[in-house]
Ligand binder design. Structure first.
Ligand SMILES: C[S@@+](CC[C@H](N)C(=O)[O-])C[C@H]1O[C@@H](n2cnc3c(N)ncnc32)[C@H](O)[C@@H]1O
Length: 295
């Protein structure tokens, strides 16, 4: 099933079946954020393969398809769990040029682990087909360089002493907050990626009018940001509930099977409770959504 306008297309289906139907060498940028094989519950669908080999073999199939769909000057960003990324890296290195091994770092005040070091990052691999011909819009993603911008230091090693640059291309550790329950962009999905993460990727690795593909769209953050930035997009997702989020975020439909598409109201938008008298409620919110509703 497809939903589309001139710039954006949502395909409701299995990525492994849908990807072969797209024209080869047609996509400028692919962002793939698959299930990580760590037992997350996607709308009742628990993503866990029988073995690591089964998971990896499934991944190798869609990785190959993504490489096939990418234009000769295209870029590919892919995520997975830390324990599987080394396999992706070794596999993709034979087919693409891996230019950066990115770390998306986030702070977390929750207790992650007690007898080992809790997980505070997710890896992202940035690859291109041709290292001599790919889009990288340096000026669109510059960040502050503290030495020049805030400390105003001067580099005396230069023939003519010069103030350090106040801006730079981001390094390979990116700090962006995870999407929390109270944030405006929050949607009801267990692994929604932040708009800020996709903004950097799409700004750097595509131009206006380019085609961006996300084979595991979830809440369609990729396609939503592509739209905001004037790119075209194709998003694939197989869960009804998430397709509905995509249709609404991309304004492709107002209804789905007779149901009006509206953003789910969060508990703090509907409840008015004196939390002083119900401390358990606050604790409940903290456990289940990560953010206390009453602070
Ligand atoms: C890690 S989430 C993606 C989250 C997304 N990046 C976002 O920002 O919301 C992976 C998504 O892939 C979907 N999915 C899993 N297997 C799929 C398949 N074979 N075809 C299409 N979608 C699939 C899941 O339902 C889930 O929403």
């Amino acid at each position: 099933m497809e939903y589309r306008n001139e710039q954006h297309k949502i395909i409701h289906g299995d990525a492994l079946k849908v990807l072969p139907t797209l024209p080869d060498h047609s996509v400028d940028l692919i962002f793939a954020d698959p299930p990580y094989n760590i037992g997350k519950n996607f709308n009742g669908h628990r993503e866990k393969w029988d073995s690591e080999d089964d998971y990896l073999n499934w991944c190798y199939q869609w990785l190959d398809l993504c490489v096939q769909k990418l234009k000769p000057n295209g870029s590919f960003y892919v995520m997975t769990a830390t324990q599987f990324m080394p396999y992706f890296d070794i596999y993709l290195r034979k087919k693409l040029e891996v230019l950066s091994r990115l770390v998306w770092y986030y702070d977390s005040s929750g207790v992650q682990a007690k007898k080992y070091y809790g997980s505070m990052y997710e890896p992202v691999l940035f690859c291109v087909k041709d290292k001599n011909n790919y889009t990288f819009n340096t000026n669109d993603i510059l960040v502050q360089a503290k030495t020049g911008a805030t400390r105003k230091l001067i580099d005396y090693r230069k023939a003519i002493p010069t103030v350090y640059n106040s801006e730079k291309v981001p390094g390979n550790v990116w700090e962006f907050a995870r999407v929390r329950y109270r944030m405006d962009e929050y949607e009801n999905h267990p692994t929604q990626k932040p708009v800020a993460l996709l903004e950097r990727i799409i700004k750097a690795s595509s131009n206006k009018g380019d085609l961006v593909l996300d084979p595991f769209s979830g809440t369609f953050t990729t396609c939503y940001v592509a739209k905001e930035l004037g790119r075209n997009s194709i998003g694939i997702e197989w869960e009804d509930e998430y397709v509905k989020i995509g249709l609404r975020r991309l304004q492709l439909a107002e209804e789905y099977k007779g149901e009006k598409l509206q953003k789910e109201r969060r508990s703090f938008e509907t409840k008015k409770i004196d939390v002083q008298n119900v401390p358990m409620l606050n604790l409940f919110e903290e456990q289940f959504h990560g953010t206390p509703i009453y602070q």
